[in-house]
Design a binder for this molecule. Sequence first.
Ligand SMILES: *[C@@H]1O[C@H](CO)[C@@H](O)[C@H](O)[C@H]1NC(C)=O
Ligand SMILES: *[C@@H]1O[C@H](CO)[C@@H](O)[C@H](O)[C@H]1NC(C)=O
Ligand SMILES: *[C@@H]1O[C@H](CO)[C@@H](O)[C@H](O)[C@H]1NC(C)=O
Ligand SMILES: *[C@@H]1O[C@H](CO)[C@@H](O)[C@H](O)[C@H]1NC(C)=O
Ligand SMILES: *[C@@H]1O[C@H](CO)[C@@H](O)[C@H](O)[C@H]1NC(C)=O
Ligand SMILES: *[C@H]1O[C@@H](CO)[C@H](O)[C@@H](O)[C@@H]1NC(C)=O
Length: 574
Amino acid sequence: MGISMFVCVLVGLVLYGTTTIINGVEGSHKVYKEYKSVPAVEVKQLHRTGFHFQPKKHWINDPNRPMYYNGIYHLFYQYNPKGAVWGNIVWAHSVSTDMINWKPLDPAIYPSKPFDRYGCWSGSATILPGNRPIILYTGIVDPNNTQVQNYAVPANYSDPYLQKWVKPDNNPLVFPGVGVNGTAFRDPTTAWWGPDGHWRIIVGSRRKHRGMAYLYRSRDFMSWTKAQHPLHSAKTGMWECPDFYPVSMDSENGLETSVMKGNIKHVLKVSLDLTRYEYYTVGTYFHEKDRYVPDNTSVDGLAGLRYDYGNFYASKTFFDASKNRRILWGWANESDTASEDVNKGWAGIQTIPRKVWLDKSGKQLLQWPIEELETLRGKNVHLNNQQLNLGDHVEIKGIAAAQADVEVSFSFASLDKAEPFDPSWADMDAQQLCSHMGSTVTGGLGPFGLLTLASANLEEYTPVFFRVFKAKDKHVVLMCSDATSSSLKKELYKPSFSGFVDVDLTDKKLSLRSLIDHSVVESFGPGGKTCITSRVYPTLAVLGDCHLFAFNNGTETITIEKLNAWSMNNPLMN
Ligand SMILES: *[C@@H]1O[C@H](CO)[C@@H](O)[C@H](O)[C@H]1NC(C)=O
Ligand SMILES: *[C@@H]1O[C@H](CO)[C@@H](O)[C@H](O)[C@H]1NC(C)=O
Ligand SMILES: *[C@@H]1O[C@H](CO)[C@@H](O)[C@H](O)[C@H]1NC(C)=O
Ligand SMILES: *[C@@H]1O[C@H](CO)[C@@H](O)[C@H](O)[C@H]1NC(C)=O
Ligand SMILES: *[C@@H]1O[C@H](CO)[C@@H](O)[C@H](O)[C@H]1NC(C)=O
Ligand SMILES: *[C@H]1O[C@@H](CO)[C@H](O)[C@@H](O)[C@@H]1NC(C)=O
């Protein structure tokens, strides 16, 4: 991560507050040399989240090597101990027994050795036989940004928190080698073990315009050999933070990363530096040939499936053996300016950990907030059978609307009023469509949904809604989380995030869950089929002045069959 930033600093092209573009192709972070070592004077509370993962102050990015070990969940993450913009990155470390309440520890890894002197970037944990965790991470070895893969092990396996980590002197384990671009070679995955007695990892890279998942094998975890061919590649630009894991075709349970047999498929996820979004495919892993082939229902690249259609990047999953589930963590960056971040004294959150599993169709994943989140639910209000006619918006009163969990199921009598889906829209992505047809554009079946983080008179609101279209031989469901009207503040990134929902409408229902937390709205479309995270910064719709509504701006009447909303309590947060 952060490679382009390094390149810029080091070649002296320090850009003050302007977007850095490498080769005119790759989008990237921004470099603020004047801010990166300016500790926060004060930590502004107004938009801080109540129940999302955050340290006390300063910048965070990628979640790293989450794992479960001897009853404790560990989360490591990229952290700037000295400021609220990217820089000075170390591996911060927190522990938890439920992934909701967190206790901070000292940083686990920081630059100190020749093999990581210029940076300690993302990586993954693997639990070796004998219950011994080991971490692989990317080290930066020179001012030219050359990347290698290193390992670290706990100093004391009996320490329940694994506070100290050792980076042995036989590092690095993996050099870029011939034919590999050494400045685009990072983010090793959790290793999996094959029946041939070899461990395997992939490392993200690029070769010209191809994203590469380079495959390495090792018998002893120390000596690694690059395979002749990558596990997979595609013409998408640089692949960061790859993740590769099996999913069951007949159960919601997660699978340990080395499982290869049974009724399973595999998932390959990559973070595209080009778009700063993440994409995944569902496919088959031919382990004898060490090739991954996406199914014909899954495409690589920009038209592909995404975990989340909003602010969500550099994610990582792990297998939680205590509950037989696979858990997904992702980073949600800020949408305000760097100077605002410096002013706030903090930047970046981790999204609520999500359980991930394969949909029955076998074509996509489903995601749902971990059940432990429900322990934070406080005051509850509910509604049943409430009708919403064209233009209606009803307030959901009685909870803390700025920090809430809302579950709602909508129904409608007929699909007849669905607007026609213009074939020319097929070339548009969902986000473009949502920006043309927002919550204020009257429709037929929709737009309907929730108005989150809303001010009393709707000067500010973040609508999360559905709109149903009728295409030639099917219905097309659009889900939007639209930041356009989220804040009266001008200098903000306010995208109309959106994704399509592949859902069967024969029961004429659509459901939605939104986790609302001051400056974030994390939403889960029907059963977790489409997820969207928006970061927003209201000026009026804050704290006690924040409201929640359900609305309909379509001609078809919508019924709120059932709505439950809870105020959310604050967990222990670092
Ligand atoms: C960095 O790159 C420059 C220019 O290619 C080269 O002269 C120099 O030797 C490199 N430095 C290191 C430490 O590799
Ligand atoms: C390792 O951790 C255990 C449990 O905290 C402690 O009792 C022991 O003294 C530690 N060993 C060393 C060498 O620090
Ligand atoms: C190697 O990767 C860097 C960083 O992405 C890029 O700027 C450079 O053009 C790449 N070199 C080649 C030969 O592709
Ligand atoms: C997609 O693959 C399945 C088998 O996995 C096959 O039955 C189907 O015909 C393929 N569809 C296309 C369009 O190639
Ligand atoms: C519904 O549409 C009307 C007319 O465009 C607009 O004034 C109103 O704000 C919309 N309601 C919502 C909740 O967006
Ligand atoms: C998050 O911030 C927005 C606004 O500055 C950028 O447009 C995104 O590219 C950025 N996302 C990531 C993953 O860095």
